[in-house]
Design a protein around this ligand. Structure first.
Ligand SMILES: O=C(O)CCC(=O)C(=O)O
Length: 270
């Protein structure tokens, strides 16, 4: 099944992304289209999630928030078609307001039944990229009820850059929850989702997610894009050095964020 680039971003989606740092695109894929990919993604996520089988007493808040499986597109041809989909990449490019986007990486995030909240954090904390050059698509792979919900965003934090909080943890939750209250950032969520609805958020947009009190897992698939032409920045933390080696193998600070692991997924000229 081909997910063709048959849908561009609307002016409202673009202004929400620019001003608030996030937007929601309902039915970016139809439930039928998602049904063609979700079994392969969920099976691979189950098999490859690195923090899936940690004994309960050793689990950190991070492990209770979601099971994380990275780089699924390199394991499976069906998943590659989903991750490389021109429809999603075009939306990412238009929201970022760039000519083209490359793959940075993909990851499945499955919040298990009974799983805990996802602490407040900023993604660009981890990335050796300029925060303005990257965007995440987070797509629901099944219908997500209101009591589980999608992410919560602190509006406008995309324009504030690095808020100097810690990595995702109880500490980041405390740090950023305090900041949200202190600076009175409005928060918003796009709530319940149907399979194929997606949110897009900017790399510095502060976000979190609630727990999963239901008895069903909440599988979501994310694709992270980097603007074509973006350069790698000098890493200042170990997390960024780790990401550089993993997602941009062979790339160097000051050089293009465009290795063989970062194919061009959409360009306005093509
Ligand atoms: O799925 C979640 O609970 C959090 C997702 C997230 O933080 C992200 O995609 O950046």
């Amino acid at each position: 099944m081909e997910l063709a680039a048959d849908r561009g971003a609307t002016p409202d989606e673009i202004s929400s992304f620019r001003d608030r740092g996030h937007t929601c695109v309902r039915e970016l894929a139809t439930p039928d289209e998602v049904a063609g990919f979700a079994p392969a993604i969920c099976e691979a996520a189950e098999r490859l999630a690195w923090n899936r089988n940690i004994p309960l007493e050793e689990q950190r808040t991070y492990d209770r928030a979601f099971h994380q499986a990275i780089g699924l597109c390199w394991h499976d041809e069906v998943i590659r078609r989903f991750v490389f989909a021109a429809r999603f990449a075009r939306m990412a490019a238009e929201l970022l307001d760039v000519e083209g986007v490359r793959l940075y990486h993909d990851q499945a995030l499955v919040k298990p039944a009974g799983g805990g909240p996802t602490p407040w954090h900023q993604d660009a904390y981890y990335w050796p990229l300029d925060g303005g050059s990257a965007i995440t698509m987070w797509m629901a792979l099944c219908d997500i009820p209101t009591e589980v919900g999608s992410m919560v965003f602190a509006d406008g934090t995309n324009q504030r850059g690095d808020l100097r909080g810690p990595a995702i943890s109880d500490e980041s939750e405390d740090h950023f929850a305090g900041l949200v209250a202190e600076e009175a950032f409005p928060t918003s969520t796009h709530g319940a989702m149907q399979a194929g609805d997606a949110t897009f958020h900017a790399a510095w947009t502060l976000h979190s997610a609630g727990p999963n009190p239901s008895d069903r897992d909440r599988p979501a698939m994310t694709v992270i894009y980097v603007a074509d032409g973006a350069t790698v920045i000098e890493p200042e933390r170990d997390e960024q050095r780790f990401d550089l080696a993993l997602y941009l193998p062979g790339a160097v600070p000051g050089g293009p964020a465009a290795t063989e692991r970062n194919p061009l997924l959409w360009h306005a000229a093509s």
